[in-house]
Design a protein around this ligand. Structure first.
Ligand SMILES: [Zn+2]
Length: 171
C-alpha cells in the first residue's frame, strides 16, 4: 500500500460505500495505519492509498498514539464556519486556507460495521471534513481562496509534471 499523489485520477472519483466488514477489511485498515504514522499525518482517506472506498483514518486532537477508522462517514449536522490552513499528504508542499464548519456531528461505522455517532470541533472537525471530501472526490485546492490558489499554481503544475513522468509509456 502506497500513497498516491495529485493528479492521480482516483483522487477525483467518488468512493463507494463499504458493505462487507470482514477480516480482509480490517487487515487493509491495519496496513493504512503505518502510512499515517510515517507521514506524520492527522488524516488519511482510502482513495489516498489508491483504494476507492468510503473509509478514513483520523487522529483526534492530532494524538500520534491513536487513530480512529471511520467507515461510510457522513456529516449529519454542522455549525459555524472558519478559514484555516490545510495541507494534504497527496499534495506535498501545498498549503492554503479553506473555509470549514467549526462543529460537526458525524455518523459512521467501525470496521466491524457497528454504528457510531459523535461530535467534533475545531481541528478534528476540519480534518474530518477534509477527509470526507476525499471520499466524494473533492480536493481542498479547489476550495482555497483565489489568492492561495494563485500561490500554489506553480507547485501544482510541478506535481502534474512529476506524475506524467512516472506513468508507464505505451508502445
Ligand atoms: Zn487530503
Amino acid at each position: 500500500m502506497k500513497l498516491v499523489y495529485f493528479p492521480n485520477p482516483i483522487l477525483l472519483k467518488k468512493a463507494v460505500p463499504i458493505t462487507v466488514f470482514d477480516d480482509a477489511l480490517r487487515a487493509r485498515v491495519a496496513e493504512m495505519e503505518p502510512l499515517l504514522e510515517l507521514e506524520k499525518g492527522i488524516g488519511l482517506a482510502a482513495p489516498q492509498v489508491g483504494w476507492g472506498v468510503r473509509l478514513l483514518l483520523a487522529r483526534p486532537d492530532g494524538d500520534p498514539s491513536k487513530s480512529v477508522a471511520l467507515v461510510n462517514p457522513e456529516i449529519v449536522r454542522k455549525k459555524g464556519s472558519e478559514w484555516g490552513e490545510e495541507g494534504c499528504l497527496s499534495f506535498p508542499g501545498i498549503w492554503g486556507n479553506v473555509l470549514r464548519s467549526t462543529w460537526i456531528k458525524v455518523k459512521a461505522q467501525d470496521t466491524f460495521g457497528q454504528p457510531m455517532e459523535f461530535e467534533a470541533e475545531d481541528l478534528f472537525a476540519r480534518v474530518l471534513q477534509h477527509e470526507i471530501d476525499h471520499l466524494d472526490g473533492v480536493i481542498y485546492v479547489t476550495k482555497m481562496t483565489p489568492a492561495d490558489q494563485a500561490v500554489n499554481r506553480r507547485k501544482l503544475e510541478d506535481l502534474k509534471a512529476k506524475f506524467a513522468q512516472v506513468q508507464p509509456t505505451s508502445g
